[in-house]
Design a protein around this ligand. Sequence first.
Ligand SMILES: [Zn+2]
Length: 220
Amino acid sequence: MSNKTFKNPILQETFNKILAGNAAWVDEVERDTTGLFKELAKGQSPELLWIGCADSRVPANQITNTRPGDVFVHRNIANMCIHSDMNMLSVLDYAVNVLKVKHVIVAGHYGCGGVAAALSQKQFGLIDNWLCHIKDVYRLYRDELDAIEDETAKVNRLVELNVAEQVFNLCKTTIVQNAWKERDDLAIHGMVIELASGKLVDLNLTFTDSTQLGEVFAYK
Ligand SMILES: [Zn+2]
């Protein structure tokens, strides 16, 4: 706990709520699973790497009904897997080659603000440079997307297409391809969360080897 004090009462109230929430959660976990924290302190062996959006409505553990220790997580705006993003690559390498996760899920979500922003012509500041990666995805599917008149439907279709491209981006890495050369128990999936129902929709974009990647993308 902390006895930090703030002059601003709103800051104080919201800060206290965070720590009180933690205390309540610790009690709850201890009641449900005696000894879990002691086990977790020894190490981790998660079977899943979750790459999701930073949006507050799509927390990996709650969505998959898993406990601490079950999911290795990387989240950023619009669940992007960018070839030069050392943060994402480091998480991927550690998860695949050290933790030896069995599944990697790129999880988008319908109504994604990042995807909607990328479909607009507005400037949002620094983030525009990140969102440009989504505009690149739009460029690949421009004909299909421009034919969709309803704005919500257009955003949601780009959410799906963006997940597909990010899955492909993961499969293109030497990290994933070299792991596939060594083992056959690594699957990369693309899924989308329906905010209105909480359901995880499988887009059936699963790769378990490099044979579907095409000549240029499959390393020898
Ligand atoms: Zn989002």
